[in-house]
Design a protein around this ligand. Structure first.
Ligand code: BGO
Length: 271
């Protein structure tokens, strides 16, 4: 059978290393990413050697401010694994979803693994409605405990099955941002992969230096994109990068409101 490549991505302390070790067992290769002292670990699924698992450095964002972010971003946009498992600390859902939205923008088919579900249950603080979360985001979602080896079969099953052929579920932001992005999309080189166009349009909008240098844009294109950004900044009275940051947090707040129930509220009203 054909090999499948899976990349593990997540915030630091989300349980990525624990999950990687359980999934791959002793089938691991450890080295460094080229030119840097960041550890690079890859392996194969214990129960299926045709599935390779690449562990990527723990990060909070894909704006390349750190070596770890740069490594992960380059891997996802240049190597393009078949699938991405986003390991989320489910006790810190909001903070972890900030990375999730960015990972979804890369166009790599993604599976959400809500890790530490044993802690969420023990804390009895909130209930996460998995079906709703999966529906709102449009991505397959499982809850797991890497530590207690719970539901890991569900995860590997979802991560190795053929991704659904439905349109890729890019997160949608404020219509005024969407309209700026669609104008930038029209100016992107046609050679650019369809699945990655939105990622790069957002990066150009954020004035990401790497994106601005990568595309050999003509002075005319640069000028057009700059005009689009400037007019959106005027509307929001904010810089383009913080417009995107805020749009992501607004979307996360909506997702949480729809998919998470606070149990504290109930106990307070009873006692
Ligand atoms: C310590 N459930 C619970 N309860 N804990 C988990 C789970 C889970 O499903 N998965 C991981 N952890 P990493 P990154 C620790 O190390 O894999 C725990 O950075 C401790 N260490 O055991 O390292 C895991 O690779 C002392 O906890 O994450 C680890 O993503 C006291 O989450 C931590 C308590 O996991 C981070 C915990 C000396």
């Amino acid at each position: 059978p054909k090999t499948i490549s899976i990349a593990l991505v997540g915030n630091p302390n989300s349980g990525k290393t624990t999950l990687f070790n359980v999934l791959t067992g002793a089938n691991q290769h450890v080295g460094n990413w080229p030119g840097v002292t960041v550890e690079k670990k890859s392996g194969q699924l214990k129960e299926d050697k045709h599935v390779t698992v690449q562990d990527l450095p723990g990060i909070y964002s894909l704006s390349p401010y750190s070596t770890e972010e740069l490594i992960t971003r380059r891997y996802l946009t240049e190597q393009m694994p078949d699938r991405l498992i986003d390991v989320i600390d489910a006790t810190n859902l909001e903070r972890n979803l900030y990375l999730t939205l960015q990972l979804m923008e890369t166009g790599v088919p993604i599976v959400l693994a809500l890790n530490m579900i044993d802690l969420v249950k023990k804390q009895h603080r909130r209930r996460i409605n998995l079906q709703k979360l999966a529906y709102i985001l449009g991505v397959p979602t499982v809850s797991i405990s890497a530590l207690k080896h719970q539901h890991l079969d569900n995860l590997t099953h979802l991560a190795t099955e053929e991704p659904s052929t439905k349109a890729y579920p890019y997160p949608q932001y404020d219509p005024r941002i969407e309209s700026a992005l669609s104008m930038i999309l029209d100016l992107l080189p046609t050679s650019l992969l369809q699945s990655q166009r939105r990622f790069w349009a957002i990066k150009l909008f954020e004035r990401d230096q790497i994106a601005w240098q990568a595309f050999h844009l003509t002075p005319h294109q640069k000028n057009e994109i700059e005009k689009i950004i400037a007019s959106t900044e005027k509307i929001f009275n904010d810089s383009s990068d913080s417009i995107i940051v805020n749009a992501r947090y607004d979307l996360i707040a909506k997702i949480i409101q729809l998919a998470v129930v606070d149990l504290k509220d109930f106990s307070v009203s009873i006692s």
